[in-house]
Each structure stands twice: as structure tokens, then as C-alpha cells.
Design a protein around this ligand. Structure first.
Ligand SMILES: N[C@@H](CCC(=O)N[C@@H](CS)C(=O)NCC(=O)O)C(=O)O
Length: 231
């Protein structure tokens, strides 16, 4: 059984999408990051970066003790290796998926996260920062669009690369990105969104939380973090 520590945000959705797609049994443990639950010492013990998602696997494949993993890319890779699903076994197919998974966790996710911050959440509208991150979002959508030209999915068959990139594409309008400018991304986005497992993952999110995570009260918790843990 997998314990999933989760909140209803793009990085959280990645793991519910994977678990729903593969049918691996799991229990969902909500960590309300708008209320500061990511600073709970028990959560920090498995996720020292105070971010969701994280998992605890009570039956790792090597038969060893309970194993915890944080960072969504590492979790997707771990679960793909555990189940033998959504990551090819051959060297080239595997590297094709992993390079796009790393593109997502190192580039697409963080840059779109900054886009969300400056476009939607920053108390001041800073034109330079907004321009910078809208342009960077467009660049990333352009990269993905060229990759998806003549391809159904990002790397061979549907894989953890698609699962990682999809949730961050859901907010394209808020990112000030027009999907009509990226027809291959649009086609892929609509196809992935119709998968029953993806729909289930977003239905699960609706059952857990229907209010925005970033509110006036949660801003200090989410955007006021410095070198020390909050007291
Ligand atoms: N690189 C991390 C990023 C995870 C991340 O940023 N999670 C956000 C929600 S999407 C979070 O937990 N934020 C809590 C906070 O900022 O304290 C991953 O891919 O797992």
C-alpha cells in the first residue's frame, strides 16, 4: 500500500493521475499547504523541502523496510519502476521519457509556477516580471508543441512524461497562454484530459478541496518563507 501526501495542486495531481491510471492501491493524506500543514514535523520527516507530493511505500519491491520518496519526478519514476508501467524498459525509450520528465520538473513546472506567482498572486503587478514569465511560458509551450508535432504523446506511448506535463497545462488561460497558438499541445491536452484516470484524479481533488489554496490568509504561509521554519 502507498501513502500519498497530497494537495490539490498541479504537482499533487501528477501522482493521483499515475495511481488512478495504474490502479496501484493507495491512501490519500491531504496536506493543506494553505494552512501550513507542510511544516508538520511528521511531514517534514518524509518531505524535507516542505512541499507536496510525497509518498511512503509500505511494500517496496526490494522487500526492504518502508521507503519514502519526495519530489514529484522521483515519485513518478519510482512508481513506474515499481509497477513496470508508463516508463519503457529499454534504454532509449526510457531515456526519451526521462529527459522529458526532467524537462518538466526542472523547467516547465518551476517557470509556470513563477508565471502563476507574478501573473495571479503577487500583490504588486510588476510588468517586467509578468512579461518575463508569460514569454517564458510561451517559449515552453512552443518547445512542447514542436515536440508533439507528428507525435501522439511526448515520448512514445503515454508515459510519466505526459502525466508530469499535463497538470501544469491545465491553467494555460491563467498563464496568459492561448492554446490555439500551440495546436499540437491543444490536441494532446484534450486527449490526455479525456483519459478516465485523469478525470478521476480531478474528481478526487474536488472531493478534497474546492476553495483556492492561495488566499489572503495563506499568502504569508506560502510566499513568506525564509531560511527558518515557521514557529
Ligand atoms: N519540485 C517539487 C515542487 C513541489 C511543489 O512546489 N509543491 C507545492 C504545491 S504544487 C507545495 O507543496 N507548496 C508548499 C509550499 O510552498 O510551502 C516537485 O516537483 O515535487
Amino acid at each position: 500500500m502507498i501513502d500519498l501526501y497530497y494537495w490539490t495542486t498541479p504537482n499533487g495531481h501528477k501522482i493521483t493521475i499515475f495511481l488512478e491510471e495504474t490502479g496501484l492501491p493507495y491512501t490519500l493524506n491531504p496536506v493543506n499547504i494553505g494552512k501550513g500543514e507542510q511544516f508538520d514535523p511528521a511531514f517534514l520527516a518524509i518531505s524535507p523541502n516542505n512541499r507536496i507530493p510525497a509518498i511512503v511505500d509500505h511494500a517496496p519491491k526490494d522487500g526492504g523496510p518502508v521507503l519514502s520518496v519526495f519530489e514529484s519526478g522521483a515519485i513518478l519514476q519510482y512508481l513506474a519502476e515499481k509497477t513496470g508501467r508508463l516508463l519503457p524498459a529499454d534504454l532509449r525509450g526510457r531515456m526519451d521519457v526521462l529527459q522529458w520528465l526532467y524537462w518538466q520538473v526542472g523547467g516547465q513546472g518551476p517557470m509556470l509556477g513563477q508565471n502563476h506567482h507574478f501573473v495571479q498572486y503577487a500583490p504588486e503587478k510588476i510588468p517586467y516580471a509578468i512579461g518575463r514569465y508569460v514569454k517564458e511560458a510561451e517559449r515552453l509551450y512552443g518547445v512542447l508543441d514542436r515536440r508533439l508535432a507528428g507525435r501522439e504523446f511526448i515520448a512514445g506511448a503515454y508515459s510519466i512524461a505526459d502525466i508530469a506535463a499535463y497538470p501544469w497545462t491545465v491553467s494555460h488561460r491563467k498563464q496568459q497562454v492561448n492554446l490555439d497558438d500551440f495546436p499540437n499541445v491543444k490536441r494532446w491536452f484534450e486527449a490526455v484530459g479525456q483519459r478516465p484516470a485523469v478525470r478521476r484524479a480531478y474528481e478526487i481533488a474536488q472531493r478534497i478541496n474546492t476553495v483556492p489554496t492561495v488566499t489572503r490568509e495563506s499568502r504569508m504561509i506560502l510566499f513568506g518563507q525564509g531560511k527558518d521554519l515557521p514557529r
